[in-house]
Design a protein around this ligand. Structure first.
Ligand code: NAD
Length: 284
């Protein structure tokens, strides 16, 4: 068997085109133009690249860019004051604090300043609570992007056994909640899980989000299963994921490549959340 590749670039382009249409409709109906405030602290090169692509995508969708760049030595007080300013600014629909922050800053306390209505990364405790209670709210971008990919490829979720490897607040946990809400049976594995392959081989849908290069090999995959690779690793040969692509594409039914799988979906869902947040302010 050779897996069908799940093309995140094409699906993300479709989501972004939908976002651009929603932005144009909103501007026509209410004169509101959604705006995204990205807050970047310091000079981490990877964070600069990520923020630059988020800003570019935001402008390309017709939204306004309200970027703030703070120096690496910024105090917690100044960072929180910047977040509060964006929270009070009616032109800002969504706020994203680029993580990781420099080690002297408390990222949980900073994220907590973002009002739930502008939490387009879906990372505040309020957003996590709304998700776990199944109430309306903004959902974390990477997990939402994974669900969008699964839906686009018509992978059935209700009743499916989904095994997620990774339990982070950013990916594994919220993804488990999103899939539970779609009536999947969810198993979450983590760094203390014993005999990982015994769990992962049960999966109809296996999602690797451990941040361990090549963790998932052919022996972890039931033939025909859908395998989603969230991992991103920079290597001298280029980007790769948590899944050993060469082995697994011979066993899986569907598989996301790295790059070009889950990665492009994350920014697309950020844009989608930002226009959703702007809509909510209009209908309030
Ligand atoms: P994290 O380090 O916060 O969490 C990793 C999780 O994996 C932990 O819960 C840990 O218990 C588990 N884990 C670690 N080693 C394991 C092992 N050997 N067996 C089983 N479980 C193990 O990482 P994160 O922020 O959730 O990110 C995970 C990966 O996804 C990283 O490679 C990251 O770069 C990538 N990522 C990609 C995107 C994207 O847009 N594609 C977005 C976010 C994160």
């Amino acid at each position: 068997m050779t897996a069908t590749l799940m093309d995140g670039k094409t699906v993300a382009a479709r989501v972004r085109a939908d976002v651009a249409t929603r932005v144009a409709e909103l501007a026509e109906q209410s004169a509101v133009r959604p705006g995204l405030a990205t807050i970047l602290v310091g000079d981490d090169p990877a964070s600069h690249v990520y923020v630059a692509s988020k800003r570019k995508a935001c402008v390309a969708s017709g939204m306004t860019d309200h970027h703030r760049h703070l120096p690496a030595e910024t105090t917690q007080h100044d960072l929180e004051a910047t977040i509060d300013e964006a929270a009070d600014d009616p032109a800002v629909s969504g706020i994203l604090v680029q993580l990781p922050l420099p080690p002297h800053l408390d990222s949980d306390a900073a994220i907590a300043r973002i009002p739930a209505g502008k939490d387009v990364d879906g990372l505040t405790t309020v957003s996590a609570g709304l998700l776990s209670r199944g109430q309306i709210g903004l959902r974390p971008c990477t997990p939402a992007g994974v669900v969008e990919l699964l839906d686009t490829y018509s992978i059935p979720l209700a009743g499916a056994h989904v095994v997620i490897v990774g339990r982070s607040a950013l990916v594994g946990r919220p993804l488990g909640q999103l899939l539970l809400a779609r009536d999947a049976t969810v198993t979450i594995c983590h760094s203390k899980t014993q005999r990982l392959a015994e769990h992962t081989r049960q999966a109809d849908i296996l999602i690797a989000a451990a941040g361990v290069r090549g963790l998932i090999g052919a022996e972890h995959v039931r033939p025909g299963a859908t395998v989603i690779d969230v991992g991103i690793h920079r290597t001298p040969e280029g980007l790769c994921g948590d899944v050993d692509f060469d082995q697994v594409h011979r066993v899986a039914g569907h598989l996301t490549p790295v790059p070009g799988g889950v990665g492009p979906m994350t920014i697309a869902m950020l844009l989608s959340n930002t226009v959703t947040a702007a809509h909510a302010t209009v209908s309030r």
